[in-house]
Design a protein around this ligand. Sequence first.
Ligand code: PGA
Length: 251
Amino acid sequence: MQIQFVVGNWKMYKTQDEMRAFMREFSQIYRASSERTGRWLGLAAPFTLIDAARACCGEFQLPLHIGAQNMHDASSGAFTGEIALEMLRDRGAEFALLGHSERRALFGERDEFINRKVKKALSRDFRALLCVGESQPPAGLEETREILKRQLSECLRDVELPAPGSLLIAYEPSWAIGTGKSADLDHIQRAHEIISDWLQQRFAGQTIPLLYGGSVTLRNAQSIGALARVDGILIGGASLSAGEFSALASL
Ligand code: PGA
């Protein structure tokens, strides 16, 4: 198993009490197997839980990095309902998901805006987990290639990488998100090849971990994680259960 990154995305779920119960349970189950993996574990929490989740990780000695699910590229301003990197960092967030397909589809985020966020995060040494992927099942691999290349070149336009590991990419075909059915292994493999070839050309020699997301569960994580060029998994629904998330983190 070569999975090096396991990241949960809680979306708009959990209150403080629910988060605390999760952390307590997670600490009871996970501790036993944490020694043998050098894995980076992340959790993209709702904004309201970031500082309390960090505190819980300290209290229960959990090796979890807490991040956010979105951020604005401005440092401050008249942007009702938005949040700045400086505010996230102030509460202890260590990374942010950027360009998640739900942000794109439900809140109208465009590649150009996502590009500004990526540039902002990387210019401030804040880890960015950029999500790309088709919004509909593609007609064929060429369509996937075209979509991925377009998203990558627009979202990463003029981006400079400050340090290894500062940028991670998640391939998340939105037609596989929340459906209970991941993309098939061959498709994941090919999409990851397309992305990693593109990244090699654009950022030769730099390490950019590549995660797969979209209905990852205990049933399919092992076989997805065994694919070449899959460095990690991004988990939505299954990360809400401490039992399932800790089992995925311990694979
Ligand atoms: P899912 O969500 O695992 O529930 O499909 C993944 C995601 O949206 O990041």
